[in-house]
Design a protein around this ligand. Structure first.
Ligand SMILES: O=P(O)(O)OC[C@H]1O[C@H](OP(=O)(O)OP(=O)(O)O)[C@H](O)[C@@H]1O
Ligand code: HPA
Length: 184
């Protein structure tokens, strides 16, 4: 479901700004430092989770000053809605994951079903080690298997958020800050 440009403009105008672009960038800088400390020398396979992981990936990659291989996957369970459903795979990585250190990069860890499904798939494909990085960790008690990401940029309360890669009903991924929608 994609909303109209008019509705998206209204949602943006009424939303609460949680983190501006400078805050987002500082958080990504911290993530890059941690990832560099832990993964430098392991030639990680950096897997951007489309579509939401695109902005974090684009900002994180140039901050990693060591050899990284880039690929992407697309697994989705929201499909533009604000409630998640079954995880469906639209694209799997082209690179072989066998014996690789894999870094999964996504925009948000919410209920955790998406990341859990991706981690499982990476293990099934023979990855030696699977690390996870998310820009946003949503705080609530509905997390699948208490899953946590290895690298987290920012924490948000249990509200529907958008911006910095995250969509509101298909739009607004492009706005540079992170906003909480006033209503859904
Ligand atoms: O922790 P969860 O509750 O599983 O939700 C998190 C996932 O939901 C969003 O993806 P979405 O399904 O919207 O796919 P998209 O990025 O292609 O829009 C987001 O990008 C995460 O991948
Ligand atoms: O709060 C959210 N915003 C955008 N996409 C999401 N996918 C899961 N939760 C969210």
């Amino acid at each position: 479901m994609t909303i109209s440009a008019e509705e998206a403009s209204r949602v943006l105008a009424e939303a609460e700004l949680l983190y501006d672009e400078a805050n987002v960038d500082r958080a990504i800088e911290r993530m890059a430092t941690q990832i560099t400390d832990e993964l430098n020398g392991s030639l990680p396979l950096f897997l951007c989770v489309m579509t939401g992981g695109l902005v974090l990936s684009g900002k994180l990659l140039p901050r990693l000053m060591f050899p990284v291989e880039l690929d992407y996957l697309h697994a989705t369970r929201y499909r533009g809605a604000t409630q998640g459903g079954e995880l469906s795979w639209l694209a799997k990585p082209r690179a072989s994951l066998r014996d690789r250190v894999v870094l999964i990069v996504d925009d948000i860890l919410d209920e955790g079903h998406t990341l859990a499904g991706i981690i499982q798939q990476c293990r099934d494909e023979g990855a030696q080690e699977v690390r996870t990085a998310v820009l946003v960790d949503k705080q609530h008690d509905r997390r699948f298997n208490n899953l946590q990401a290895d690298y987290v940029g920012l924490r948000v309360d249990d509200r529907y958020v958008f911006g910095a890669g995250m969509d509101y009903k298909g739009l607004l991924r492009n706005v540079p800050g992170i906003y909480a929608a006033r209503e859904i």
